[in-house]
Design a protein around this ligand. Structure first.
Ligand code: S3P
Length: 449
């Protein structure tokens, strides 16, 4: 787990075209959830294609500390022996989630649903992120919270003997908040209801249904999603196959579009419609992008994403699209830097509370590399293709997606782009550098380092 490890700077430089077919590791959201749902299911859940990155390994450790048996059989192949809903045990050690917002926040829901106490800690990035959004509904369900001012971690939760099932309207577009309430609600007597004014990724709902929970989702006349979960189900062990993570695929996809002469296929990518906002936006920008070999796997649409280099044009990205591409704005900003004209992105308030303040980290990274950018309170306006791109060093603020996005930028720059640290890439995409090198990408350790 990364805390204050030594910084590992790296530069990327323009070489030849990128070419080839790759598979990116398993989806992070589905990986976390398969370990957690397995932990509250009696019997053995099998997982193939689990993302073996620091964030998910932290969740595996936490599930073990909560009493589940979690074993690795081989590359991506895991088994979870669970204890049933309500069966988790009080951990004997603090739960260290490193950099992982999803791992920590969803586990808070799970722990809150049990009459046990657990302490949550993490790295400097996670310790800055707001946890009140999770703690507020949990407090209403009867969970005791001891947290430092501003509801940040380290914090300790203790679930009540009997949880109060609540109806909760999620105040911000957040799948993590929705999921934490549903995970606590798993062990509440009666029905827990979550109202989502704006749809976010629905892996929790889909997977809980797959594990045999009684969960229904209704979209009302105003377009709001009403999710009702019957508490205390007997979950049934599943065989989960984790598709490739679209948020990791995004880096190779954009690299293939902006590096002259490239032709890249990313195979086996999850195409859940609540995750494909980036692909929609790139197509609107004029990208040569097609989906091949589209198929269904484990109830999810997947396919191979084929991209070829070509000119992109700036677009206005509607605010309503933000939840379906929330993790992809840093790499979209890189695509926009190489597009003709202006790209305007709105509705980005949630970017301020990611692994870093991604709005300001992206704006800073672009401007130190010669790209014209305007940072609004919740918007970015980027003027593409004006002059030479590159030559700057980007502070990554413990944010894996900032590091990977700017390394992609350097592959098409007129000068190298340096990021101050690549250690955090291991939180979500440990083989990013080698996969990209396999396509022809060139990375160099900067001389000053
Ligand atoms: C996730 C939800 C999103 C996303 C994160 C994964 C999930 O966070 O940014 O990477 O798996 O539920 P928010 O809920 O904060 O939007």
């Amino acid at each position: 787990m990364i805390h204050s490890a030594e910084l590992k700077p790296l530069s990327s430089v323009a070489g030849g075209p990128l070419q080839g077919r790759i598979r990116v590791p398993g989806d992070k959201s589905i990986s976390h959830r398969s370990l957690m749902f397995g932990a509250v299911t009696i019997g053995e859940t099998s997982i193939e294609g689990l993302l073996e990155a620091d964030d998910v390994l932290g969740t595996a450790d936490a599930m073990r500390a909560l009493g589940a048996s979690v074993t690795r059989l081989g590359q991506g192949s895991w088994r979870v022996g669970g204890l049933g809903v309500g069966g988790l045990l009080e951990p004997a050690k603090v739960l260290d989630f490193g950099n992982a917002g999803t791992g920590s926040r969803l586990t808070m829901g799970l722990v809150g649903g049990h009459n046990i106490a657990a302490t949550f800690v993490g790295d400097a990035s996670l310790s800055r992120r707001p946890m009140g959004r999770i703690l507020d509904p949990l407090r209403r369900m009867g969970v005791d919270v001891v947290a430092r001012a501003g509801d940040r971690i380290p914090l300790t939760l203790k679930g009540p003997e009997t949880l109060v099932p609540i109806t909760y309207r999620v105040p911000m577009a957040s799948a993590q908040v929705k999921s934490a309430v549903l995970l606590a609600g798993l062990n509440a007597p009666g029905v827990t209801t979550v109202i989502e004014p704006i749809a976010t990724r629905d892996h929790t709902e889909r997977m809980l249904e797959g594990f045999g929970a009684a969960i229904e989702v209704i979209v009302d006349d105003n377009g709001e999603r009403i999710i009702r979960l019957e508490g205390r189900p007997d979950l049934k062990p599943q065989a989960v196959i984790v598709p490739g993570d679209p948020s990791s695929a995004a880096f190779a996809i954009v690299a293939g579009l902006i590096v002259p002469g490239s032709d890249v296929v990313v195979e086996n990518v999850l195409l859940n419609p609540l995750r494909t906002g980036l692909l929609t936006t790139l197509i609107e920008m004029g990208a040569d992008l097609s989906i091949e070999n589209e198929r269904l796997s484990g109830g999810e649409r997947i396919g191979d994403v084929h991209v070829r280099f070509g000119r992109l044009k700036g677009v206005a990205v509607p605010a309503e699209r933000a939840p379906s591409m929330i993790d992809e704005y840093p790499i979209l900003a890189v695509a926009a830097a190489f597009a003709d004209g202006e790209t305007v992105m709105d509705g980005l308030e949630e970017l301020r509370v990611k692994e870093s303040d991604r709005l300001s980290a992206v704006a800073h990274g672009l401007s130190v590399n010669g790209v014209t950018v305007k940072e609004g309170a919740a918007s970015l306006t980027i003027t593409g293709a004006a002059g030479r791109i590159g030559g700057g060093t980007v502070p990554t603020h413990l944010d894996h997606r900032i590091a990977m996005s700017f390394l992609v930028m350097g592959l098409a720059g007129s000068e190298p782009v340096t990021v101050d640290d690549t250690a955090t890439i291991a939180t979500s995409f440990p083989n990013f550098l080698s996969l990209m090198q396999g396509l022809g990408a060139v990375f160099e350790v900067p001389k000053a380092a």
